[in-house]
Every structure is written in C-alpha cells, then in structure tokens.
Design a protein around this ligand. Structure first.
Ligand code: NAX
Length: 327
C-alpha cells in the first residue's frame, strides 16, 4: 500500500470544493492506487464549520476506499501540516459596490498568511495550486512569503479557461474536444486572458484552417472564453463550480504526470514578454511529478503580442495594487 498523499483544501465547505472533494477521494486526481488524506480548512465561523461537517459526513457516506483520513479544521497550521498538495480554493467573494483594488487587498491578506504558514509547515515536496480569485496575483502573493519552498511550486489555475477554449473550438469546427490540441491560455485568469488560437490544432491541422474565420477567432472566440464565467453566473445564478473543480483535477493530475503539456499560471520569468515577477498563464511541460518547464517556442503574431501586452498590463497593475503585501 502506498503512503497516502496529504491534500490540504481551503474553502472546503464552498461550492467548488463540494464538487472537488469526491474527485480527489475517488482517485481522479492522483490515480486509482493512491490513498489520500484530506485536510480541510474553513473560516472560524460556526455556519462554515457546520457546513464542513456536513461535507465530511457525505464523504464518509461515499465509503471511498482511497480516503484514509479526513481532518476538519479552522486552523491553517493544522490544515497545511505536512501537506504534499495545498489547493487554495477559499477566498472572499467580491461584494456589491466593492472595488477590484479592495478585493485584491482583502484576498491578498488571506494569501500572505497562508503562504507563510505553508512555507513553515507543509511537506518538503509541497506543491501549491491557487484557484481563489484573483488567482494569478494570489499565487504571486503567497509565493512572495515563501523562504523554503521555491516560487515555481506556486501555480494558479487557468485550466478552466483552456478547457472552455478547447470545447468552443471543437464546436465551431464540428469536431470533438478530444480532437483539439495545443490550445494554450496566456496571461491572467480574467477577461483579458488570451486563448492562443494561432497555435491550436484540430485533428492535427491548424485550427485557423479548420475554422476559416479569422474574425470569429479574434473577436467572438476570445471574448466568449474571457467572459464564460460571467455567462455561467447569468445562466445558473452562481459561479462555475463543477467545471472549476474538474479543471483543478486536470491541473494537478497533469502536473503530476510527466510529459503532459498544458496551460498553468506560473512565475513568468519574462517569457513571452510578460513582466518577470507576475504569475501568467502559459504552456508548460511536466518533466517529473510536480515539476515542469515552461515551453518557450510558441510563435506569436502581432495580434497575439498585442493581446499578451494587454493581459500583462493588468497583471502588472494588480501587482502594484498589492505592492505593500509582497515580500
Ligand atoms: P464559495 O463562496 O462557494 O466558497 C468559498 C469558501 O471559502 C467559503 O466556504 C468560505 O467560507 C471559504 N473561505 C473564505 N476565506 C477563507 C480562508 N481564509 N480560509 C479558508 N476558507 C476560506 O466560492 P466558490 O464558488 O467555491 O469559489 C472559490 C473561489 O474560486 C472564488 O474566489 C472564485 O472566484 C474562484 N474561482 C476561480 C476560478 C479559476 O478558474 N481560477 C474559476 C471558478 C471560481 O470563480
């Protein structure tokens, strides 16, 4: 029997976690032979902790063979203790009339604390995936607090955007989403993101040739991918949950599987014209479980470069809004 993987999940009583936790416990994230221990963090509020107890009851009622233990806590030190993966889903939602700068600062405080504690108590091989918005900047803030864990261990999720783009290209071309490859998300997890269609392929041929409508790709497609989250809220009355949980399963599973090429928001190191210190979506190749290299050879035309400049500008602005929290 393998040693269980310890997985800390924040915001564990929230709607994404409700879809996520069974997918971790049933083996979808780490494989059918890998036991897991879930270390679930919520805020120290009676309603949240009570809801978390209910989630735990349901997980027990699933009788997952791979689920070796469940820890429920409102103490980040207990949640992150010896964790191999820290999935930072919990964040404060944007309230009515709240400015983006205020959201950045309020959430920034959560991620400074969690970044420091993870660095102090998580496992030697700890990996961190941030979902809570603004995800890219939150990952940057958490990483800035780390002294032991290297910055590249901190990633943010743009996989939902990649999955959305994949399906939209497939539908437009009358193909299946499994026919689409090499569609990568550049930049921020926000409407400024750039789904780089110029590099995408459908059944191995360039997507631009299969779709034959450059204007649709440049305008409708980019806008629809960027605003898909808002469209879900308009239709469902609440934000993406099952698809976000599914994307996080993809994100962690592919980062654990050598050879996988996928979009991840990572410290840019200046690639593709991004400011070196922002966390930007870009294609990476997993080289060993939990380790990746940035793919640097994607060719970008003038349109792509202008889209990347715009999303980089937003990331730099976000960084300057939280400058006092970094370091
Ligand atoms: P919910 O409001 O349903 O759940 C969030 C949970 O986090 C709540 O139970 C809350 O009590 C908890 N929480 C807040 N602060 C916490 C803290 N400091 N420690 C531990 N728990 C804390 O939101 P949900 O729909 O689950 O979304 C979670 C986050 O994901 C949001 O920030 C959302 O904007 C973000 N998303 C990110 C996506 C991405 O692709 N990167 C897509 C989906 C989603 O919009």
């Amino acid at each position: 029997m393998k040693t269980p993987v310890r997985v800390a999940v924040t915001g564990a009583a929230g709607q994404i976690s409700y879809s996520l936790l069974p997918r971790i416990a049933d083996g979808s994230m780490f494989g059918a032979q890998q036991p897991v221990i879930l270390q679930l963090l919520e805020v120290p509020v009676e309603k949240a902790m009570k809801a978390l107890e209910g989630v735990a009851m349901e997980l027990h009622d699933c009788a997952f063979p791979l689920l070796h233990d469940l820890i429920l806590t409102d103490d980040p030190k207990q949640a992150f203790k010896d964790a191999n993966w820290c999935l930072l889903v919990g964040a404060k939602p944007r309230g009515p009339g709240m400015e983006r700068a205020d959201l950045l600062k309020d959430n920034g405080k959560i991620f400074t604390t969690q970044g420091s504690i993870i660095d102090e108590v998580a496992a030697e091989d700890a990996r961190i995936a941030v979902v809570g918005n603004p995800a890219n900047t939150n990952a940057m803030i958490a990483a800035s607090k780390a002294r032991r864990l290297p910055a590249e261990r901190f990633t943010a999720m743009v996989r939902l955007d990649e999955n959305r783009a994949r399906t939209m290209l497939a539908h437009r071309a009358g193909a299946r989403c499994s026919d689409v490859s090499d569609i990568f998300i550049f930049g921020n997890h926000s409407p400024t993101m750039f789904p780089a269609f110029g590099h995408a392929k459908i059944k191995g041929a360039p997507a631009v040739d299969a779709i034959k409508d450059r204007s649709w790709l440049e305008f409708d497609f980019c806008e629809k991918v960027g605003k898909r989250g808002a469209a879900i809220i308009a239709a469902r009355g609440s934000s993406s949950a099952a698809s976000a949980a599914n994307a996080l399963v993809d994100h962690v599973r592919d980062l654990s599987t050598p050879g996988k090429i996928h979009s991840v928001a990572v410290k840019s190191m200046g690639h593709y014209g991004f400011s070196p210190d922002v966390w930007a979506g870009m294609p990476v190749k997993t080289t060993a479980p939990g380790t990746y290299e940035i793919i640097t050879g994607v060719e970008l035309d003038e349109f792509a470069k202008s889209k990347i400049a715009a999303t980089n500008k937003e990331l730099v602005e976000e960084r300057s809004m939280v400058a006092d929290l970094i370091g």
